[in-house]
Design a protein around this ligand. Sequence first.
Ligand code: VGL
Ligand code: ZN
Length: 198
Amino acid sequence: MKALIVIDPQNDFCPGGALAVAGGDEIMPRINAMMADFDLVVLTQDWHPAGHSSFASSHSGSDPFTVTEMPYGPQVLWPDHCIQGSDGALFHPALNTDRADAIIRKGMNPAVDSYSAFFENDKVTATGLAGFLNGRGCTDLTMVGLATDYCVAWSALDGAAQGFKVDVILPACRAIDLEGSLDAALGEMRGAGIGLSE
Ligand code: VGL
Ligand code: ZN
């Protein structure tokens, strides 16, 4: 059983959004076209409460795109984004959401960010996605979405660590690329045996 995992295909990660990823909107038609090839389609949705601890605005004197130390490790501080119920948190209108078998929301804990679709950034708190996939007999995951170097990479690495066969389709992803983060993420994914297709 094969699942397509579509990571955070949301307005705030597309041009005009609060944490816009260059070309983020361009991947939606390609993702729609892929859906027919999979047994299951899962969408993830970054879903933060206002005042989330990953927002630079929650740390006085800190600018977006700087790094702070959290109890669970280093954390990039982001512009306010994907606030629960906001237009920015909605799926991009060009994405076909009708085929979704499950939608996993993440990043709700005010104190812990959650890049991965499987675990919060503390690496301890599970989202339940692995249970869903295992319960449905799913062994192979193909990952696409936003952003390659953060939520896609962390999801792919966690998926591989939990025994799934993971492929990332790079043309159906776009990256933030903060100070070499894209090259670092690609290297880590390669090292973990994740298939990267150009
Ligand atoms: C993401 C930064 C903060 C992502 C989410 O989807 O890659 N990046 N929240
Ligand atoms: Zn976020």
